[in-house]
Design a protein around this ligand. Structure first.
Ligand code: ASP
Length: 448
């Protein structure tokens, strides 16, 4: 099967595009902050967000499910042997789990060392928690989801995943935008195509052609990225206002950003250096457009087409590894989310003046990892599954006779969540790229 990428942009075009993206980033922040200061906070559904959705998010969402089907079938049918696929699956799962545990542990160490939620007067804590309670109840739909998640806990999240793993109808799952069920179906079809030998050769060639056609479409969508990014930034900064972020919540944000920075710029590049034998930072630069798309859209799922495009193109990963690792990773491997969930939960316990034991911290690390696996790759999914971490630590506290904290405390961080979501989604996407690079080395294209 051909795997060369004839749709790759020339380096001059890639340079122009990078410059446009960086300019959009800076100008978007400046314009958003200026609008916040001069006109007050923008609405959640401002026209800027609408424009960002139309220009960037929706075109990517439109191509998401067809691409997942074609990419996974393409990748699996070229791996072929189910035994080999099983081994690879185990390796990839171990990599995902290891990275997420590492990220959640890093977040826990940072938040427990810096303690952004400690040292407040009881009056200040009470004031902040009252503000959180109001924000928590301000959106009926979100409140219903959060309450349901608190009630079903980690078991509910996992039973949801298990049900998606064996879908009754792949078409139904595709229509609902549930990627897991579509991936499972595509893996089976890919294995069937590989097992069919000469009789299914034409179908495999059609899939190969479709895959390369989709890479071309993604390349076109990418040209809209700077404008989409600009609109999203104006909409988000214009709503939150950088100047309004301060105090304990500002310190909490800095801890999350510091953790994401360490994980993204040190841990993951080092993993790429060691296991993929490449310069991790150079590789990061080569897949930058996927990272910028994750940043702009706050959705690993919507970014998936660009991640596939960038890994197989400038990132130098094999289509076979990319098409297996990236779709699974966009749904299950959320390093940034795991780190964020640990920091956010422990920050709220600090704010409520609760002293946690080592056992509580271990529970926080484990549930943050599991909650991140259970979170979908869509905006604010991590915020919704955060209640699972809080509920788990609360249960541990209740076992020792310590008062639980109110789950409504998360209202305090809802306002700044989208800003952190952009950063953690970038790291989620980056973690998937590193996985694809490592698997490319473990399973070279020539070795079939
Ligand atoms: N927005 C994140 C993602 O799509 C998930 C989260 O909310 O943490 O990867």
């Amino acid at each position: 099967m051909t795997s060369t990428n004839s749709t790759a942009p020339s380096s001059r075009h890639a340079g122009t595009q990078t410059l446009a993206i960086l300019s959009a980033l800076v100008i978007g922040v400046v314009v958003g902050e200026w609008m916040y200061r001069s006109n007050g906070a923008l609405a959640v559904d401002s026209n800027w967000m609408l424009a960002g959705n139309l220009l960037l998010l929706r075109p990517l969402q439109m191509i998401l499910i067809p691409l997942v089907v074609v990419a996974v079938i393409h990748g699996i049918s070229s791996i072929g042997d189910p035994k080999r696929l099983g081994m690879l699956g185990l390796l990839v799962a171990a990599f995902y789990l290891g990275c997420m545990l590492c990220a959640a542990t890093l977040g826990t160490i940072l938040v427990e060392t810096i303690r952004p939620g400690s040292g407040l007067s009881p009056e200040e804590s009470a004031r902040l928690l009252a503000l959180g309670e109001t924000a928590y109840r301000s959106d009926a739909t979100r409140l219903a989801t959060l309450t349901a998640n608190e009630a079903t806990g980690i078991g509910g999240a996992w039973s949801g995943i298990l049900q998606q793993l064996l879908p009754k109808s792949p078409i139904g799952e595709a229509a609902a935008g549930n990627t897991i069920g579509v991936i499972v179906f595509s893996i089976m079809l890919g294995l069937g195509l590989a097992a069919g030998g000469e009789r299914t050769r034409i179908a495999r060639e059609v899939i190969d052609g479709l895959f390369h056609a989709m890479l071309a479409v993604i390349q076109w969508i990418l040209w809209l990225m700077p404008i989409g990014l600009f609109c999203f930034l104006v909409g988000i900064i214009g709503r939150v206002g950088l100047s309004s972020v301060g105090g304990a919540v500002g310190a909490y944000m800095l801890v999350v950003l510091l953790g994401l920075f360490i994980h993204g710029f040190i841990v993951l590049p080092l993993l790429a250096c060691v296991f993929a034998r490449c310069n991790g930072w150079m590789f990061m630069w080569s897949v930058r457009r996927a990272l910028f798309t994750g940043f702009a859209t706050s959705s690993s799922n919507a970014t998936l087409p660009v991640t596939v495009r960038e890994c197989t193109g400038p990132g130098g990963c094999s289509p076979r590894a990319t098409n297996f690792v990236i779709p699974l990773g966009a749904t299950l491997n959320l390093d940034g989310t795991a780190l964020y969930e640990a920091v956010a939960a422990l920050f709220l316990f600090q704010l409520c003046g609760v002293e946690l034991t080592t056992t509580d911290l271990i529970i926080a690390v484990l549930t943050a990892t599991l909650a991140a696996i259970g979170a979908a790759g869509i905006p604010s999914a991590g915020l919704v599954t955060l209640v699972i971490v809080i509920a788990a630590v609360n249960t541990s506290l209740a076992g020792r006779g310590v008062d639980r904290i109110p789950v409504s405390a998360i209202g305090l961080i809802i306002g700044v969540d989208r800003l952190l979501d952009m950063a953690r989604t970038t790291i989620n996407v980056w973690g998937d790229c590193v996985g694809a690079k490592i698997v490319t080395r473990l399973l070279p294209e020539a070795d079939s």
